[in-house]
Design a protein around this ligand. Structure first.
Ligand SMILES: Cc1cc2nc3c(=O)[nH]c(=O)nc-3n(C[C@H](O)[C@H](O)[C@H](O)COP(=O)(O)OP(=O)(O)OC[C@H]3O[C@@H](n4cnc5c(N)ncnc54)[C@H](O)[C@@H]3O)c2cc1C
Length: 367
């Protein structure tokens, strides 16, 4: 039997949950006729540095949600360009969480407000029918008026949409290590490191060290981000850069223990919807300067919910207005700013970096 659903949100990460939470705030009747399917079960693992900026907390605040999970507040960001180092010092520049805990807490907040969340159910395919799309999941067939693809950077929904725009993917590697005693002082001082030195080796990004708490144990989340905001430039040897960075930090972690996952980056010219389908979060694109995506995924939820509400009001599911709404929203403004920043930062290597310090400070300072 085919079930009829008004809105199907695929993916229970920050983008999917935020879409439902904003819908609940703006149009509770529509939210009650909407569901989220999530292929995993919570608490599910998500590879991530876990840096949650104030932008994310501001969005959650507007939803009257406080995610109270173990976190390390960062009061100093040490920014390195080779031998040149400078410090941004402010209370709570961002906090570092573990994503399985953060996302689980967010899902519980939504369930408390009435979200119908189906875990362990994944989206398989869709076909277009009169008045909507017919979605095949791992469990059932759903007839939906609006489908929200919030299923991450490797979005299956997006792949099935067969969009014509070019792929824009960043590359990331990550490993979490217990605190090295030699580095413990820095960690207890709540310092995060962003090291841009390898821009000289074609890296269009940086190496990070974020203090965090893993199962009650103080750890450091370390990784390397390569935005590929200039996709035609020579590719940096990510493994070699990360290996060198770990050696410099006297961390002995073999490559088999590293994990990798891509991010999609936002482009002003990107395609973000089709009739009856909206893209949100990593499935749409996040920012390429620092690879920050949690605050952006939460922001997409706001725009997606307004667009859905408007579509049901006017019974127009073309979603032609979604891109314009995204670009006009503070999320779109900041994605545009950060894309320009990424292009400046990673254009000419160290010289460009020196000029970009001011921009960095602006981005990392409070909103
Ligand atoms: C190594 C790394 C480090 C990062 N560090 C940071 C950081 O420090 N700070 C920051 O802000 N951002 C960081 N990011 C980016 C951030 O993790 C993402 O931008 C963010 O998770 C995007 O949220 P989302 O909800 O769009 O996607 P996701 O969080 O990926 O959620 C998508 C959800 O969809 C589910 N799903 C997938 N396929 C299906 C399917 N077929 N059917 C049903 N469900 C499905 C998945 O299980 C998942 O729960 C990092 C990313 C990486 C890879």
């Amino acid at each position: 039997m085919t079930e009829n659903i008004d809105v199907l949100i695929v993916g229970g990460g920050p983008a999917g949950l935020s879409t439902w939470l904003h819908l609940h705030q703006k149009a509770p009747v529509l939210a009650a006729r909407s569901i989220v399917i999530e292929k995993a079960t919570y608490p599910r693992q998500k590879l991530c540095g876990g840096g949650v900026t104030r932008r994310a907390d501001l969005t959650l605040g507007r939803l009257r949600i406080k995610i109270d999970v173990p976190a390390i507040p960062v009061h100093t960001v040490e920014v390195r360009f080779g031998s040149d180092t400078y410090y941004l010092r402010q209370r709570n520049i961002f906090r570092v969480v573990r994503r399985h805990e953060f996302d689980h807490a967010l899902a519980l907040s939504a369930i408390k407000r009435g979200l119908r969340l189906s875990e362990n159910e994944h989206f398989c395919d869709f076909e277009r029918v009169t008045d909507g799309v017919l979605v095949q999941t791992s469990r059932r067939v759903l007839k939906v008026r609006a489908l929200v693809a919030a299923d991450g950077a490797k979005s299956v929904v997006r792949a099935k949409m067969r969009l014509s725009d070019k792929t824009r993917m960043s590359r990331l590697l990550e490993v979490v290590t217990p605190i090295d005693v030699r580095g413990s002082e820095r960690v207890t001082k709540n310092v995060a490191v962003l090291d841009f030195t390898s821009v000289a080796e074609n890296l269009q990004g940086y190496v990070w060290d974020f203090p965090c708490i893993e199962a009650g144990v103080p750890c450091v989340n370390r990784g390397v981000f390569d935005s590929r905001v200039y996709p035609n430039n020579e590719r940096a040897d990510l493994k070699s850069i990360f290996s060198q960075a770990l050696q410099q930090r006297q961390v002995d972690r073999p490559p088999q223990s590293w994990q990798g996952h891509p991010e999609r980056w936002f482009s002003e010219k990107g395609i973000y919807s089709q009739a009856n389908i909206l893209l949100a979060g990593d499935a749409a694109g996040v920012e390429p300067a620092f690879g920050e995506g949690i605050a952006q995924a939460l922001g997409y939820g706001d725009v997606a919910a307004t667009t859905l509400m408007n579509a049901f009001h006017h019974q127009d599911f073309s979603f032609d207005d979604y891109r314009a709404r995204l670009l006009a929203h503070p999320l779109g403004q900041s994605l545009k700013f950060q894309t320009r920043l990424a292009k400046k930062l990673y254009r000419e290597g160290p010289d460009a970096l020196a000029h970009a310090k001011k921009l960095l400070a602006r981005w990392l300072s409070p909103v």
